[in-house]
Design a protein around this ligand. Structure first.
Ligand code: GDP
Length: 207
């Protein structure tokens, strides 16, 4: 049985004014382009193609909101790390993700990091942006099926040593279903932690 049976797409937001009401709890998913973020989201919510794994630049630069349980959302952030991303694009999305961080419902950040590459400077930037301690930060070391068991253990150790104690790290593979249950558990825990009151007139339609 699916852990999140009622997942649905809400909106691709190009401006903060389009964000859904700031109620309940929200968890952001971020990572370098190609880190395996879309595959991770799809594996965690058990939908084959909820988040797009194809690269459609116009779409991936937007913040995509999905409702995964009543008053519990995930937000798929644009992949970063393309040196070629035009400055104009970066100027657009920086204020957008800052507006996201200002939301009271933002309970945590899932950061997807290719286990073969490890945590980069831009990943560290995202972790700092999320302000661990203020909200949860959980790193998925993705594509772990590409590593041997001892390489995976080393990658986990190295990544854990690179982040503050408040940041949790786990190994993950969308293809081999490694660590999916643990990631689902973390997501469910954060979404259950509703920081903001939910009023009936802001009901998002879950029934
Ligand atoms: P995104 O750009 O971060 O959303 O990454 P995608 O989910 O689109 O994946 C990028 C590439 O990595 C694709 O070719 C995927 O098939 C591949 N990939 C994603 N997850 C895994 C995994 O668990 N194992 C392996 N071996 N490849 C993966």
């Amino acid at each position: 049985m699916s852990r999140f049976p009622d997942v649905r797409f809400l909106i691709s937001a190009a401006a903060a004014a389009q964000f859904p009401p700031d109620n309940g709890a929200e968890v952001a998913f971020a990572g370098r382009s190609n880190a395996g973020k879309s595959s991770a989201i799809n594996a965690i919510v058990q939908r084959r193609a909820l988040a797009r794994t194809s690269k459609a630049p116009g779409r991936t630069r937007l913040l995509n909101f999905f409702e995964v349980m009543p008053h519990g959302r995930i937000v798929d952030l644009p992949g970063y790390g393309y040196a070629s991303a035009p400055e104009s694009e970066r100027r657009t999305w920086a204020p957008l993700i800052d507006a996201l961080r200002a939301r009271r419902s933002l309970s945590g950040l899932f950061l997807i990091v290719d286990a073969r590459r490890g945590i980069s400077a831009s990943d560290q930037g995202l972790i700092a942006w999320a302000d661990p301690g203020e909200r949860g930060v959980h790193v998925l070391l993705s594509k772990i099926d590409k590593l041997t068991r001892s390489e995976a253990a080393r990658a986990l150790q190295a990544a854990s040593a690179q982040v503050a104690a408040a940041v949790s790290v786990q190994i993950f593979s969308a293809h081999a279903s490694t660590g999916v249950a643990a990631a689902q558990g973390k997501l469910a825990e954060w979404l259950a932690n509703k920081k903001t009151p939910v009023s009936s007139n802001e009901d998002t339609g879950a029934d």
